[in-house]
Design a protein around this ligand. Structure first.
Ligand code: 5AD
Ligand code: FES
Length: 363
């Protein structure tokens, strides 16, 4: 793109579908660097220099669903199934509070049975009560990522003390959504869940996979418009990476290095379009490039998720092949990520929830 046109495009605050496609299509390294700088400037203007930690506990890989891309899908018999005990989950989460992380994410496969719901609710109640300290007077911020549930269940979790919820839409393209999921999982039901979470008062996060087979830049541009028009507060998105234990093939049109670059461009463009939301630099970026998460931060991300899952079970929570940090422990991820954040000139926002500014704005 000629540079006067790119300069004026990057100064806009409102973007059309064609603008977004044009930005995602940038390929010249100098153009991509202009995009990166613009996204970084918007991050500083609307958020800050701080990167917030959300310690993530992947507490169970038992899953009732069968997504065609996911390594812990129900039909995968090659993975050993586990559910951490309450004591193990609480221990990991309280460790993260004592390390000053401020927020925890509880993630698992999707289950709707009453014993699972009771289990999660009980853990939220315990964590809220036990994590209050001088440094964290309101206790740990709790984000849930346990899939599609009924509005009643979402309300119970909210009442127990969870205040953020992550539910990726995966793709907003109806045809593509249908191709990567079994018949009984629908885009409409996912959208209804997101609406219900918003109505209850959660800070709501979503996201997509980038580089899915058959995915186009048009589809990705519509995903970004969706994040804006749906008033999403938080985004977690990263490249799609093939898992050999699943039926979905790798993308034929997008090779690994382009999926990585597209992942960075999606972060930058989402930052330009949505401005004051929280955006995570996800582990999938690091699976493709050793410094992928740092690059995500310089392209507009302001959140990262150190892994707190006990090392013994990490190998059984591989949603895709080549997931990093499989052999590390939570202490190693702590110092490793701190170095990564500082290596790009940013600081970690310790002992804070680091809520999405966008959420405050819409309330
Ligand atoms: N590659 C990249 N991301 C994946 N996820 C699941 N499987 C894969 C994969 N093969 C993502 C989905 C899900 C999140 C928890 O992990 O977007 O919502
Ligand atoms: Fe886990 Fe680097 S973040 S080892």
């Amino acid at each position: 793109m000629d540079s006067p046109r790119l300069d004026s495009l990057l100064k806009q605050t409102r973007f059309s579908h064609q603008d977004i496609v044009a930005l995602l299509s940038l390929d010249e390294p100098t153009d991509v660097e202009c995009l990166r700088k613009a996204a970084e400037a918007v991050t500083f203007q609307y958020c800050s220099n701080l990167v917030y930690y959300r310690g993530i506990v992947e507490f169970s890989n038992r899953c009732a669903l069968d997504c065609h891309y996911c390594g812990i899908r129900r039909s995968n018999t090659r993975v050993g199934r586990f559910t951490l005990t309450k004591a193990e989950i609480v221990e990991a989460a309280l460790w993260c509070a004592s390390e000053g992380y401020g927020s925890v994410v509880l993630q698992s496969g999707e289950r709707k049975d009453p014993s699972f719901i009771d289990f999660v609710e009980d853990i939220i109640l315990t964590l809220k009560a036990d994590s209050v300290s001088e440094a964290l007077p309101r206790g740990l911020g709790i984000t849930l990522c346990v899939g599609e549930q009924t509005p009643e269940t979402y309300q119970r979790f909210f009442n127990a003390g969870a205040h953020r919820y992550l539910l990726r839409i995966e793709t907003t393209d109806p045809g593509l959504f249908h191709e990567i999921h079994p018949e009984n999982q629908t885009l409409d039901s996912r959208l209804a869940c997101l609406r219900s979470l918003q109505a209850i008062g959660y800070q709501v996060g979503t996201g997509v996979m980038i580089g899915l087979p058959g995915q186009t830049l048009d589809m990705l541009a519509r995903d970004v418009t969706f994040f804006r028009d749906f008033d999403i507060d938080m985004i977690g998105m990263g490249p799609y990476i093939r898992s050999q234990d699943t039926p979905l093939p790798g993308s034929e049109s997008i090779e690994k290095s382009s999926a990585f670059k597209l992942g960075l461009k999606m972060i930058a463009v989402t930052r330009l379009v949505c401005r004051d939301i929280n955006i995570a630099a996800t582990t999938a970026l690091q699976a493709l490039e050793p410094d992928g998460r740092e690059q995500g931060i310089t392209f507009g991300a302001n959140v990262t998720m150190p892994n707190l899952t006990p090392t013994e079970v990490r190998k059984d929570y591989q949603l895709y092949d080549g997931k990093p940090c499989i052999n590390e422990g939570k202490g190693e991820c702590r110092s490793c990520l701190l170095n990564r954040v500082r290596s790009v000139g940013r600081e970690v926002g310790f002992n804070a929830w680091g809520d999405s500014k966008h959420f405050a704005g819409r309330h």
